[in-house]
Design a protein. Structure first.
Length: 559
RNA sequence: GCGCCGUUAGCUCAAUUGGAUAGAGCGUUGGUCUACGGAACCAAAGGCUAGGGAUUCGAGUUCCUUACGGCGCACCA
């Protein structure tokens, strides 16, 4: 039941709709004030009465029932207290019934959403700079799926550009097949780094020529390129497996090679293409933006050209209702330009394209650079976190059976959770000290809370929910938190902000721990209290599992 | 120079989108240790929400402005 609507329907105000009342109802900062509140200030103007008077009138006219137990006007607010037993019953029953579906909905039924995320570069190792888009995109993918959308995860591979010409040139000069087969991506990347350090002018020339050869379909150049691509993909797929990330398409930039000319033609036909300084552009001056470059003066396509082709292809292929680009805010202008050009082309669906921008990751000693080799590799961060988890596990719980498996869940979870805990727009300075901290507001805290819950349920069994039980403060506080989960999931989707879910988890775990310390569960004061608390424990566990599944993090039963 | 974003406790971050006394974690100090799992819990200290103006019943949140920081601004992706 939605209490806000329930309350709103029992209030009538001249000139104010029930919907507006329901929307205005909020949750007071302190539970002692009430469970819900209606601030009356904005009605004062319409009704030409003071907020305090309106609040008093509403309170006086409100008929209390078995759901709303008390109604109090306080300084222009009307505070409502609900019957706790009823709310507890309804919430716990629903969680029990819906189980792993609790929080899901059919909101997106029949709708398709494309999510472009992670988008790795061929021949470049996966560093922590790629973590945000991967973790965010993966979480959004699951969140939208949970809300009933048909989701399409797209890894828009960075597999196009002169850099691959450089790579082939470097390979020709210094490459060694055996080393590459053994060293994989790192051996390839070493070649690329070396090229950027040591390449002569002739080699640069040669690199451009190799790139041209790839483009024109030259057999050897393409075989080399495909080899590098295979090595890269088998490397990143291992990482994706550990992070529980999946894609439905690996159509990268190269995929659009033959799909750009029609876009250029269409731009031309629609009179949008202009010549400027030898290049072809779409002028965006009227919209306060720099021009969007479509073709270089040598006729070659650009980043924007491929993104235009990709957007059109995705619309034609998936007929999406929304298409997200989970890309760092560095690209703000780029996407504004691309979206605007599509709008000018008359694509009414351009409004459905969303750049989900997030903050940058830097190291304590400055920015990362693949070319200079100044990077922190994700695989290293993962292995160090898992190692640390294993070490702590060895101390705390040496008899645990599946230690390696648990350490993996704890360690990898901590890395993912760290990437999903703050507002996505914030910049991050990576440090091992922070990454390896398992105390406080972390996934480990939540996992530990779950381990406690599992342990309680193993000892106490799963009870039947008692009919007439009046929850105490701690119990009720926790239940209200649990009841908010569906709304939290929806908000996370609406704002493209998985951190709302991470925050929810920590908050709920804190409330559970408070409940755990203040209330005896297995030796409760009555049979009813014991049964109720076990149900509450089970419900909390259900929700934390659902939430962590959305984030892509596992929860061990023991740790 | 222009545009976008950011600035909240010593540090890292929240704040239900304009609502009541701005909350957590880390760190610090003190407490809980015969326990349903101490990777935990409780308490204390710590704030002119970067500065200034405006809007209104009410601003961390909206608008203007200044400062500081990040990012971007034509043939890279």
């Amino acid at each position: 039941m939605d209490y806000k609507i329930y309350i709103a329907e029992r209030i009538s105000l001249d000139g104010v709709s029930k919907e507006e009342i329901a929307q205005t109802i909020c949750v007071p900062p302190d539970t002692t004030m009430g469970d819900y509140a209606l601030p009356c200030f904005k009605f004062a103007k319409i009704m030409r009465k003071s907020p305090a008077l309106i609040a008093e009138t509403i309170a006086a006219a409100f008929e209390k029932d078995e759901v709303i137990k008390s109604v109090m006007p306080v300084n222009g607010y009307v505070n409502f207290k609900v019957a706790r037993g009823g709310l507890a019953q309804a919430t716990l029953r629903r969680i029990k019934e819906e189980g792993e579906k609790y929080g899901a909905s059919e909101l997106g039924k029949g709708k398709t959403i494309c999510i472009d995320y992670s988008s790795v570069n061929i021949a470049k190792p996966f560093h922590i700079g790629h973590l945000s888009t991967t973790a965010l995109g993966g979480a959004l993918y699951r969140i939208f799926k949970f809300l009933g959308y048909h989701t399409v995860g797209i890894n828009h591979l960075g597999d196009y550009g002169t850099q691959f010409g450089k790579l082939i040139s470097a390979y020709k000069h210094w490459g060694n097949d055996e080393e590459i087969e053994k060293g994989g991506i790192h051996a390839i990347n070493a070649l690329y780094v070396r090229f950027n350090k040591e390449a002569t002018e002739e080699m640069e020339q040669e690199a451009r020529e190799y790139f041209r050869l790839i483009e024109s379909g030259d057999k050897e150049a393409n075989e080399l390129f495909e080899w590098f691509k295979r090595i890269t993909l088998s490397y990143v797929e291992k990482i994706y497996d550990r992070l529980h990330i999946k894609f439905d398409s690996y159509a990268g930039e190269r995929f659009y090679t033959d799909k750009m000319q029609p876009v250029v033609d269409e731009l031309q036909a629609k009179g949008l293409l202009q010549e400027s300084q030898g290049a072809k552009i779409v002028d965006l001056e009227p919209y306060g933006m720099a021009p969007c470059l479509i073709l270089r003066s040598d006729g070659a396509s650009l980043y924007a050209t491929r993104d235009l082709a990709a957007a059109i292809y995705r619309k034609n292929t998936y007929d999406f209702d929304k298409c997200l680009y989970v890309v760092a805010y560095q690209q703000n202008l780029h996407f504004k330009q691309v979206f605007k050009v599509l709008e000018l082309m008359g694509k009414e669906w351009a409004k459905d394209l969303v750049h989900v921008a997030y903050g940058m990751v830097s190291l304590e000693d400055g920015a990362m650079s693949t070319r200079q080799g100044n990077v922190v590799l994700l695989e290293d961060v993962l292995s160090r976190c898992v190692e640390k988890a294993a070490k702590v596990l060895e101390e705390k719980n040496p008899d645990l059976e599946n230690k390696a498996e648990v350490a993996e869940k704890v360690g990898v979870g901590a890395v993912l959770f760290g990437a999903l805990y703050n507002n996505k727009i914030k910049d991050i300075t990576f440090s091992y000290e922070k990454a390896l901290n398992f105390d406080g507001e972390t996934s480990v805290y939540v996992q530990y809370t779950c381990a406690r819950a599992y342990s309680l349920l193993a000892k106490g069994g799963k009870g039947e929910l008692p009919e007439n039980y009046e929850p105490n403060e701690q119990e009720f506080d926790l239940i209200k938190s649990l009841a908010e989960f569906p709304e939290t999931v929806r908000a996370a989707a609406e704002k493209y902000e998985p951190s709302l879910i991470s925050r929810f988890c920590v908050d709920t775990a804190q409330k559970f721990n408070k409940f755990y310390f203040d209330c005896k569960i297995l030796q409760a004061e009555s049979e009813e209290a014991r049964a109720f608390r076990l149900c509450l424990t089970e419900a909390t566990l259900t929700i934390l599992k659902n939430a962590f599944t959305l984030l892509g993090i596992g929860i061990p039963e023991k740790m």
